[in-house]
Design a protein around this ligand. Structure first.
Ligand SMILES: Cc1cc2nc3c(=O)[nH]c(=O)nc-3n(C[C@H](O)[C@H](O)[C@H](O)COP(=O)(O)OP(=O)(O)OC[C@H]3O[C@@H](n4cnc5c(N)ncnc54)[C@H](O)[C@@H]3O)c2cc1C
Length: 395
């Protein structure tokens, strides 16, 4: 027999967007239910982003989930850009008065889940047959089957589609326009038990391909190599990965500290923006509506930003009966998504090598020299990387 219940906001997906939305709504006294197809363990262990804009850090703090972030996050003043045998620092603090913070997406997800469950919030993990209906009415329904096989129907005021790129929500928006760019390369990423050999991220453009040196904690490094889009992980032994990393980051007197590789994956690269991000009582957020290549470190920050904008819009709609912010939701989010999309494309195109393209090689080097020597160009990079027009959450 189907179990029926009611909540104000039904949320599909317990990624950063859905969890943050649920936390922010709870702060404003609005009840929600999250339905997630994966297990809690899977969601908490999924290796993804790790670089937080200043506005994302401020929002997590304002939402009351910044305690561990403040204790364990690594604040960085900027990034290094390496090319043609040089390593140059771009100092965001000096250029735009903002910093960025390393704190893994896995940890944000753990913090948000813990906060919701401690407050009695409902997150239905391992749900199947998740479906949404009635989004053109004032009473949409979120239905699913729970992990014990029991079917549920949750009557809602609003549904939030926070179910990532492969979710079900985006397809429910009629007349959706989607804009896409694929790239001829992917990122081979590793997680290694090795203390970082650098104090801040290194974006290295090497003639054999791009490499990124990132970290998750003082004990764990996260490193990436540009590989062809159709590359197989089987072609990359641990020894080959370390040798390639040493080569692409090589500088006299400096080397990459090695250690046990604990995770290895290949991520394809794509820019994708779809809109409108709202239809009737369905609102999309995060990767459900837009994805960016990870070079600009924007995906997670955009997801959190959408959740902040949606929480304000839904508060006005559900508590005050004002539809002004809800009506502006899609345009507000898409404007920021397109800025991040262009910046991510810019960072990717400036640093990733195309085979046999000497024109592109020389144009990239000219651009890298420009952003590391011109204060105007460096300021533009710093302003975008550290977060341009980040939405604020007022607690
Ligand atoms: C492999 C990978 C690596 C990445 N690396 C980086 C990086 O290094 N830096 C960076 O900034 N960004 C990175 N990103 C992007 C960043 O992690 C995402 O932008 C971010 O996770 C978006 O959050 P979200 O909540 O919108 O979506 P997600 O994190 O994808 O969450 C969506 C949730 O919805 C659930 N779901 C899906 N379908 C259903 C359904 N039908 N019913 C119920 N639940 C469903 C999923 O299981 C998931 O938990 C990466 C993304 C991927 C895929």
């Amino acid at each position: 027999m189907t179990v029926t219940s009611r909540t104000r906001v039904g949320i599909v997906g317990a990624g950063p967007a859905g969890l943050m939305l649920s936390v922010l709504l709870a702060r404003r006294g609005i009840e929600s239910v999250i339905v997630e197809s994966r297990t809690r363990e899977y969601c908490e262990a999924r290796q993804r982003a790790g670089m937080l804009e200043a506005g994302t850090v401020a929002a997590l703090r304002a939402a009351g989930v910044g305690k561990r972030l403040d204790a364990e996050g690594l604040e960085h003043d900027g990034i290094y850009l390496q090319f043609a045998g040089e390593r140059q620092h771009v100092n965001f603090r000096e250029l735009v008065g903002r910093t960025v913070t390393i704190y893994a997406q896995t940890e944000i997800v753990k913090d948000l889940i813990a906060d919701r469950l401690a407050a009695g919030g409902v997150i239905e993990f391992s749900a199947s047959s998740v479906a949404v209906s009635g989004i053109e009415s004032a009473a949409p329904v979120l239905s699913y089957t729970d992990s014990a096989g029991v079917p549920h129907e949750v009557a809602c005021d609003v549904i939030a589609g926070c179910d990532g790129f492969h979710g079900i929500a985006r397809a429910l928006v009629p007349g959706l326009s989607a804009y896409e760019r694929t790239y001829p390369y992917a990122w081979l990423g590793i997680l290694a038990d090795a203390g970082p050999s650098t104090d801040e991220l290194i974006y290295s453009r090497h003639p054999d391909g791009f490499a990124l040196y990132s970290m998750r904690s003082p004990e764990v490094s996260r490193l990436y190599l540009q590989v062809p889009a159709d590359e197989s992980l089987d072609a990359w032994s641990d020894d080959r990965i370390w040798a390639e990393l040493q080569k692409r980051f090589a500088l006299p007197g400096w080397s990459v500290a090695t250690g046990q590789i604990t995770d290895k994956s290949i991520t394809p690269m794509r820019s994708f923006v779809a809109g409108p991000m709202r239809h009737g009582r369905l609102f999309l957020a995060g990767d459900a509506a837009h994805i960016v290549p990870p070079c600009g470190a924007k995906g997670l920050n955009l997801a959190v930003g959408d959740a902040i904008v949606m929480a304000s819009a839904l508060s006005a709609l559900l508590l005050d009966g004002s539809a002004t912010l809800a009506d502006a939701y899609s345009d507000t989010c898409l404007r920021r998504a397109w800025r991040a999309t262009q910046f991510s494309y810019f960072m990717t195109s400036m640093t990733h090598v195309l085979p046999n393209d000497p024109f592109d090689d020389l144009a990239q080097l000219a651009q890298l020299r420009y952003v590391t020597s011109s204060p105007a160009a460096a300021t533009s990079l710093a302003e975008n990387y550290s977060g341009y027009e980040s939405p604020k959450f007022e607690s």
